[in-house]
Design a protein around this ligand. Structure first.
Ligand SMILES: Nc1ncnc2c1ncn2[C@@H]1O[C@H](COP(=O)(O)OP(=O)(O)OP(=O)(O)O)[C@@H](O)[C@H]1O
Length: 304
């Protein structure tokens, strides 16, 4: 997604699925039990036009999930992805809702804006908490009334847009401190989905690593290496603060530097973990899979 904000429209993603350069996955790798449950939740929410709010740390796959929701909804219009943190301050309203010719200096022609471009489809607003407050109220009004008034226009235009929003911050807290519109929060909260950080769905780590390895090997026309047992252990123990995106970058890097048929720990380019962090990784894994086993482990440790 373009992050420039010189006042030009930032909309770029409508057909990113078709870009040969984009790794944007078609498949959602969801193997861990928590991910499977999430997948079921999303499958229930996807049909129809209810708004959805996806809460999750950076790089967890929120946009991929939003695309999946759009695909499964069978809405005929486009999936339009916009990062609210990249919105140009001066032209935010015109970017979002469009404008008429001559609405402001330099606006020679009219534009539908992101909202209008998503007509009949899905508008994905990433980091919705970064949307300026006055626009939050206008967004809610447009969603509820199903019409928008372009900047400079006298009459509203009918629109049918499904909103899927994402946030990495706690919007309830933002409402509490007056930074987020309470009614917009209620509107969004009806279809709320929590996307857990990667470290809390450890059984996704290796399948995702294999998946990215396969995709990058194919794209770069390289032979597919194996991930050595030691590298697998490192991948599983690492806490992935940058989540799936960080894993993707690490695997991509490893493929480029491994020059052989096996990925070793040193190819992953991850900071070395202190002993306690490795232990924490193993404990997280055990806790996710088998609480009884974890309790037994603690009992053994405490018994000396
Ligand atoms: N479950 C998954 N299966 C396959 N690929 C995934 C999965 N989750 C994330 N990815 C990939 O990881 C990368 C990051 O995902 P995405 O951009 O959707 O995250 P995000 O949460 O929207 O990030 P940000 O918070 O920075 O906006 C993308 O390349 C995406 O295709």
């Amino acid at each position: 997604m373009s992050k420039e904000n010189s006042g030009q429209p930032l909309l770029t993603f409508a057909d990113a699925d078709r870009s040969p350069l984009s790794i944007r996955a078609r498949a959602l790798v969801f193997v861990d039990e928590r991910s499977r449950r999430l997948r079921e939740e999303v499958d229930q929410l996807a049909p129809g036009d209810l708004p959805v709010l996806i809460q999750g740390e950076t790089g967890t796959g929120k946009e991929l999930l939003a695309r999946q929701i759009h695909r499964s909804s069978d809405r005929p219009g486009l999936f339009v992805a916009v990062s609210c943190s990249a919105i140009s301050k001066s032209y935010a309203e015109a970017e979002l809702f469009g404008h008429t010719p001559g609405a402001y200096n330099g606006a020679a022609s009219s534009r539908a804006g992101w909202f209008g471009s998503a007509n009949g489809g899905t508008l994905y607003l990433d980091e919705i908490g970064d949307l300026p407050l006055p626009l939050q109220a206008k967004l809610l009004a447009a969603l509820e009334s199903r019409e928008v008034t372009r900047v400079g226009a006298q009459q509203p235009t009918p629109v049918d847009v499904r909103l899927v929003a994402a946030t990495s911050i706690d919007l309830a807290e933002a409402v509490r401190v007056g930074k987020f519109n309470a009614r917009l929060y209620q509107y969004l909260n009806e279809g709320r989905v929590e996307l857990p950080p990667l470290r809390e769905r450890p059984d996704d780590i290796l399948p995702l690593a294999e998946y990215f390895l396969g995709i990058y090997a194919q794209r770069l026309d390289l032979p597919l290496p194996l991930i050595s047992a030691a590298a697998q252990a490192v991948l599983e123990a690492y806490p992935w603060p940058g989540n799936t995106r960080e894993l993707e970058n690490s695997v991509h890097f490893a493929l480029l530097v491994s020059e052989g048929d096996e990925i070793l720990p040193q190819h992953l380019n991850l900071p070395p973990l202190p002993g306690y962090a490795q232990l924490a990784g193993q404990l997280r894994r055990l806790a996710a899979n088998d609480e009884a086993q974890l309790r037994q482990l603690f009992a053994e440790v405490l018994a000396g």
